[in-house]
Design a protein around this ligand. Structure first.
Ligand code: ATP
Ligand code: MG
Ligand code: MG
Length: 399
């Protein structure tokens, strides 16, 4: 709250440890504490200082945030080319751990809001996608899962033109293969495997990334699930299909959302494919209600169309476009849908990696003709995820 800001301001300037930072403004607030815009008397620059709440769980997670970002900065991105926020320093102030970062500007949610929740022009969506992918490539190489990719955690750099963005908030990040928490990611951006309670990898960030790209274009979230049940229903409606049976079979929350309707068999009697093709179907609202003994929260629908392809194709064109520009954009929209399909892919094993997505015509600007077939992933030593269920959320969104 603002008291803390004033208090910190007073203390930072007047403390006998001779003040280095002068608090100028509040930049944001989250589960972890708050972020203040400070003038750094040593570097003569503005910096963003994240002041962590004085509680052990937050302290611990902040240490993880610092270590992960410090490693990403120094080891994987020494020249600051991969659109990941730079960490500057850390210190303890009045029992609060503080981390200072380079000063950045508005986040992408604020940008969309300033634009009255209308989508951004496709060339901007393309440029931002490319930059976010840079960060995701680095994170995957380092085996880091961000766990909270969303527009609020992508900031526009204040200094550079054309605008550049940076990924921030590694406060929920973890190391691949050492995933501890099961309740992660902000709901709208939550991947099916996390929702269903299945071991997860860096590919959960690719799902969130797909949701972000769609939102940049549409101005509104693609899957604004008012509850996890609503979220899952929206995914199945908009994308068509559902998570693969292999995932549903092994995920620990499947029975919360799905009914087991039999084993997989493709109509043995007449040889056609009219038979059961999945052993599971999503529960109806009534079934969900009787099973979970609560009415599922169902949110508003923002789009006039149900399917992803139709939502994107029929999204209103900006007014000032000529016919020629419109027909060019309609092609780019086809590329966008194809791009999104590889990202918001139910099967984490089939979902594109950051490197695979980077080669897509929507990102490279190459002419788009056929559905993109990504090059195979270079084999990596597999890390076995060890998911332990801990129902505690250190900041994977406040939903
Ligand atoms: P959440 O509860 O959403 O996980 P958080 O407590 O982990 O948030 P951050 O996301 O790191 O904290 O920061 C909160 C907000 O503060 C951001 O959304 C952003 O608006 C602002 N902010 C963070 N870092 C910076 C920065 N380097 N420059 C400018 N503003 C920043
Ligand atoms: Mg945040
Ligand atoms: Mg956070």
């Amino acid at each position: 709250n603002s008291d803390l800001i004033l208090y910190v301001n007073f203390e930072l300037v007047n403390s006998e440890t001779k003040g280095r930072y002068i608090v100028k403004d509040a930049l944001g607030q989250g589960t972890f504490g708050q972020v203040a815009k400070c003038w750094d008397l040593e570097s003569n620059k503005y910096v963003a200082v994240k002041i962590i709440k004085n509680q052990p769980a937050y302290y611990q997670q902040a240490v993880v945030e610092f270590s992960i970002l410090d490693m990403l900065n120094k080891k994987y991105d020494p020249d600051d080319k991969h659109h990941i926020v730079r960490i500057l320093d850390y210190f303890v102030f009045h029992r609060h751990l503080c981390i200072s970062f380079e000063m950045l500007g508005s986040n992408l949610y604020e940008l969309i809001k300033m634009n009255h929740f209308k989508g951004l022009p496709l060339n901007i969506v393309q440029a931002f996608s490319k930059q976010i992918l840079h960060a995701l490539v680095v994170m995957k190489d380092a085996g880091i899962i961000h766990c909270d990719m969303k527009p609020e955690n992508i900031l526009i750099s204040t200094r550079l033109k054309p605008p550049q963005i940076k990924v921030i908030d590694f406060g929920s990040a973890c190391v691949e293969g050492r995933t501890v928490y099961s309740y992660i990611q902000s709901r709208y951006y939550r991947s099916p495997e996390v929702l269903l309670g299945y071991p997860y990898t860096t590919s959960i960030d690719m799902w969130s990334f797909g949701c972000i790209v769609a939102e940049l274009f549409l101005g509104l979230p693609l899957f604004p699930g008012a509850s996890e049940y609503d979220l899952l229903n929206r995914m199945t409606e908009i994308l068509g299909g559902q998570p693969p049976d292999s995932l549903l079979r092994d995920a620990k929350n499947t029975s919360k959302f799905f009914k087991h309707v039999g084993s997989i068999h493709r109509s043995e009697h007449d040889g056609t494919s009219k038979g059961i093709i999945s052993a599971y179907r999503i529960l109806t609202e009534d079934e969900y209600e009787s099973r979970e003994s609560k009415k599922p929260a169902i949110g508003k629908h923002y789009f006039n169309y149900v399917k992803l392809d139709d939502i994107v194709a029929n999204y209103p064109y900006r007014k000032n476009l000529s016919e020629k520009e419109k027909s060019k954009e309609s092609l780019t929209r086809l590329a966008l849908v194809d791009f999104l399909r590889g990202l918001v892919e139910f099967d984490p094993g089939k979902r594109w990696s950051p490197l695979q997505a980077s080669g897509h015509p929507f990102v490279t600007g190459d002419p788009f003709e056929l559905p993109y077939k990504p090059p195979p992933e270079s084999p990596r030593i597999p890390v076995m995820p060890t998911t332990v269920t801990v129902d505690h959320n250190p900041g994977g969104g406040h939903w």
